[in-house]
Ligand binder design. Sequence first.
Ligand code: SF4
Length: 210
Amino acid sequence: MGDEKREKLKDLYYKIKDCKKCSLYKTKNKFVFGGGNANAELVFVGEAPGKNEDLKGKPFVGRAGKVLDDLLGSINLTRDQVFIANVLKCRPPGNRDPRAEEVEACKGHLFNQLKIMEPKIICTLGKHSTQLILNTKQGITGLRGKVYRRGNKIIFPINHPAAVLYNPSKYGTLQKDFKRIEELLEENIEKEAVNLGEEKKEESRQLGLF
Ligand code: SF4
């Protein structure tokens, strides 16, 4: 079971890594699939790769990533215990907002990732992922910090960690929301990294999958 989800994610990665479903493939440097633990009970969904992510092909590696790491640390979690993805897999030029047609073209990739992982909690980071996952046009301010239940899943919208870089006073709200995540996870989350064979571990690490 542990290996199954990771292998399915790997297959999906190879299937979509050269995607040309919207024009962003022309301007990106690297495709950013997302990364983390394929068996995570907690999946974060951000907006789109930024400059550093686009250069490295990994999610949340810039300053916002540092904020996310700190917040994870505050509830005793590390990146290899969660999965981090974005609505868009290619960077919009100049970090502009995703366009509706880009989200429409790319959303199937995210939905397929979520279908494979079947996480207990989907934590949406900021407006774009929240509106997509909750299928609403409502702004993040009214949705943030509330728990939405869809079948056996919990959707928990919070502010995007990058918001702290422009407005440090938002850190307290994020901290509070991470405490709520900890409560939602209760004792059920698999806190141990999945134990893989060394060979598989290396290939998976190169893809950013654990
Ligand atoms: S942003 Fe998504 S839909 Fe557009 S080219 Fe990249 S992977 Fe494909």
